[in-house]
Design a protein around this ligand. Structure first.
Ligand code: ADP
Ligand code: ZN
Ligand code: ZN
Length: 731
């Protein structure tokens, strides 16, 4: 897609946007030869030189005598007009300075530096005369990544040591400096390798998507299909068609640690590995990917949400897999939802979007119902595989024994599977050993000193841990409040405690625990999952992370330990989340040609959400959810923003929030409503008090500009912050 080139003549003024000068552009004089708008440049800023992008003609509101000249033009393809437009639109939507979005789009090491000059360090056979813990960790890391070289700062960052440790090792000859070779080019992908024989449903869906891709226009399709229905096969055919048209494809995935299997599938389909973009990619890999994409050589990219800001030259298709996943929302820094911004980016690029899910977000379901998105359904599992039978275990009828979380019917089902050599998965979305440590003498609960959260016992670490800030403390023997000894009790189950029960009740079974807090490198985790998939465990205990992605072909039983967890709390989104999570987990059972069974333990099996999970009319469930949201004027029927006011002192933080509330007139006059202030869902994090206000507005309202006018009138003192979250996840 060729865009008109905007050119600035030598001597003219250019405005340059750089992440090093937050919040505004700077004017510079265009050097001899002129310059393209979008060019990446190096410019003087005070005594420094910083990198930026030529954003347009200069504003000219500087003293002409003080204007300096643009330094060098970097050897990188200029940023496209579409990309600049995208950055502007994301900044406007999220109410974030342009420079913060530009930073997302240019987050690549050594941008524009001449290739081949990268200095990397490798391990030699020398060992330091004096070994320290930090030195040992560096050496162990390099041992593990045998033969690989890393940039010094990258190495320090990956291992978690200071750069002086790395320097010291280099000085002693333990590490050896080398110049890295040029970035290896990307392999050519072949869309015409034989694809699988598609079922009639799959063929229909892929034909529709292929035609859409060939139209080279914007459109979004919700691809809804139960787990195992072959959505991936279908969208890979759309990707193949996009590659045939010469345009680029982006596949977004939520849980990048689990993509080993996925990458292998893509590679098998196209004969070569795609580009990858996520936090696990090395600096050299990031640079290679970024440059390859900017030059149009890398045609297929598999990445996490930040891949949306990569410099595609001609993007034709974005696939958002597991589109309902809440990890698409970035909750720190720039608060954006990658799923929504994918739709925006595609609409600017004339590209297609495929939102794939077994349990779509209510937003996407409603958009499809309204005709804004097309919808394709895959209703059956591929091949002989059938959907698992869903069965409730009514805990009022089959009560749990003390310190037990597995009911008799579930235990019987597990026993049968173990005897038959089949796998069972016990799902409990609670990390650690016990969610609550309490003194039975006085009722005191152990909380985090810095947050408004209970400390969770982790037997594995032999400590209590705060899941908000990660702080830990020893498990007390005596009550810190009343001093009585031997009355501290662990209450409720976490996966570690469930594991204890499994060991006790099924001593003959091999057990594996998959929980995000059992620290494992991404590679070790991948290996672990592969072992399990190959039959290395009889009983798998897992948190949320098992809901996603991987196939366990031997798995025939899923036990949901506490289906009621998550339905408390009174949030409008709770039903949707619980439904998605449990359906997703249950979908793990019986993928091969063995029928699966999902047993759902609940104290309230009549609850509409539990009923929907058990296989009631799913469309009816969505209808009811949508109706409830509509009645509440909540998204997607109305617009919403969360405002988090935070600061070190509780009183002052509330005062700041009340100052905002005092200006509610600005909102109400415009037709919006203000709720709060109230303590935020997490009222204290890392010693900072957090207070939340919620703004609700009807759909047509220009929410961002109204909010801007509203918060403008209140200027927080240093160290106090007002953060705006458009489309918050919880409401
Ligand atoms: P989903 O993405 O909907 O969960 P997948 O695309 O992963 O489903 O398909 C589930 C399993 O069925 C995978 O192992 C996949 O390779 C296989 N499969 C799906 N469609 C076909 C097909 N047409 N031919 C052969 N195998 C298929
Ligand atoms: Zn006590
Ligand atoms: Zn804490």
């Amino acid at each position: 897609m060729s865009e008109p080139i905007e050119f600035l003549e030598a001597g003219a003024l250019a405005s340059v946007l750089t992440p090093d000068m937050p919040g505004r552009t700077l004017d510079y004089r265009v050097p001899d030869g002129g310059i393209r708008v979008g060019a990446f440049v190096s410019v003087p800023l005070g005594p420094r030189r910083v990198k930026g992008v030529v954003w347009g003609p200069g504003a000219g509101d500087y003293d002409p005598g003080k204007i300096r000249e643009i330094g060098t033009v970097l050897d990188v393809p200029p940023m496209s007009g579409t990309m600049r437009e995208f950055i502007i639109r994301v900044a406007d939507y999220t109410m974030t300075p342009l420079t913060a979005i530009l930073r997302l789009a240019t987050r690549v090491p050594g941008l524009g530096d001449p290739p081949g000059k990268r200095r990397i360090l490798r391990l030699t056979d020398e060992r330091p005369t004096r070994m320290t813990d930090a030195r040992e960790r560096v050496i162990a890391f390099l041992d593990e990544h045998e033969g690989m070289g890393f940039a010094p700062s990258e190495l320090a960052g990956l291992v978690g040591v200071t750069s002086s440790v790395v320097k010291g090792l280099e000085a002693q000859g333990v590490l050896q400096s080398e110049t890295a070779p040029r970035d290896a080019p990307f392999p050519i992908l072949n869309p015409d390798l034989p694809s699988k024989d598609l079922s009639a449903d799959q063929r229909h869906a892929s034909t529709v998507l292929r035609d859409a891709v060939r139209s080279r226009t914007y459109g979004t399709t919700l691809l809804k299909g139960v787990t195992g229905s072959g959505k991936t096969e279908v969208y890979l055919e759309a990707a193949a068609e996009c590659l045939r048209t010469g345009r680029q494809v982006l596949v977004l995935l939520p849980e990048i640690a689990l993509t080993g299997e996925f990458m292998a599938r893509v590679e098998a389909r196209f004969g070569a590995a795609p580009a990858e973009w996520h936090s696990g990619v090395t600096q050299a890999g990031r640079r290679r990917a970024w440059t390859g994409i900017a030059e149009g050589r890398a045609r297929l990219v598999v990445g996490a949400r930040s891949a949306l800001f990569l410099p595609f030259t001609d993007l034709g298709l974005i696939i958002v897999d597991e589109e309902h996943d809440s990890s698409y929302k970035q909750e720190e820094g720039v608060l954006y939802n990658a799923r929504d911004m994918a739709v925006l980016r595609a609409s600017l690029s004339g590209a297609q979007v495929v939102l794939a899910s077994a349990t779509p977000s209510l937003e996407s379901w409603v958009n499809a119902r309204a005709g804004k998105y097309a919808r394709l359904d895959l209703t059956e599992r591929f091949g002989a595989a059938v959907l698992p039978e869903m069965r409730a275990v009514d805990l009022r009828v089959d009560p749990l024994e003390r310190d037990s979380w597995i009911s008799d019917p579930l235990a019987d089902a597990v026993r049968t599977r173990v005897a038959a050599g089949e796998q069972s998965l016990l799902f409990l979305n609670r990390r650690g050993y016990a969610p609550l440590t309490l003194c039975r003498a006085c009722g005191h609960q152990i909380g985090c000193d810095d947050c408004d959260a209970r400390m969770v016992e982790h037997r594995f670490l032999n400590r209590l841990m705060c899941h908000q800030c990660g702080a830990t403390k020893p498990i007390p023997v005596e009550c810190p409040a009343c001093g009585s000894a031997d009355h501290m009790a662990a209450l409720g189950p976490g996966v570690e405690r469930l594991a204890e029960e499994v060991e006790r009740r099924f001593p003959e079974a091999r057990m594996a625990v998959l929980s995000s807090d059992i620290t494992m490198s991404a590679r070790a985790l991948k290996q672990r999952i592969e072992e399990i998939a190959n039959g290395g465990a009889d009983i798998v205990i897992g948190t949320q992370m098992v809901a996603k992605g991987h196939n366990f072909p031997l798995l025939t039983l899923v036990g949901v330990i506490d289906a009621d967890l998550g339905l408390q709390g009174g949030e409008l989104r709770a039903a949707e989340r619980t439904f998605q999570l449990i359906r997703q987990v249950a979908g793990r059972a019986g993928r091969a040609d063995k029928a699966g069974l999902a047993m759902v333990q609940s104290h309230q099996p009549q609850h509409p959400v539990i009923q929907a999970i058990l296989g009631g009319d799913e469309e009816a469930f969505w209808q009811a959810e949508a109706a409830e949201r509509q009645a509440a004027g909540a998204p997607p029927f109305g617009r919403m923003a969360g405002i988090i006011v935070s600061g070190p002192e509780e009183r002052e933080t509330f005062d700041l929030a009340r100052a905002l509330a005092a200006r509610a007139g600005v909102l109400t006059q415009a037709g919006a409503q203000l709720f709060g202030p109230a303590p935020a869902p997490v009222a204290r994090i890392r010693g900072r008090t957090r207070v939340r206000l919620l703004v609700k507005a009807p759909k047509g309202l220009p929410l961002q500009s109204v909010l801007a006018r509203w918060v403008e009138g209140v200027v927080p003192r240093p160290n106090y912050r007002i953060a705006i979250d458009i489309d918050p996840q919880s409401f």
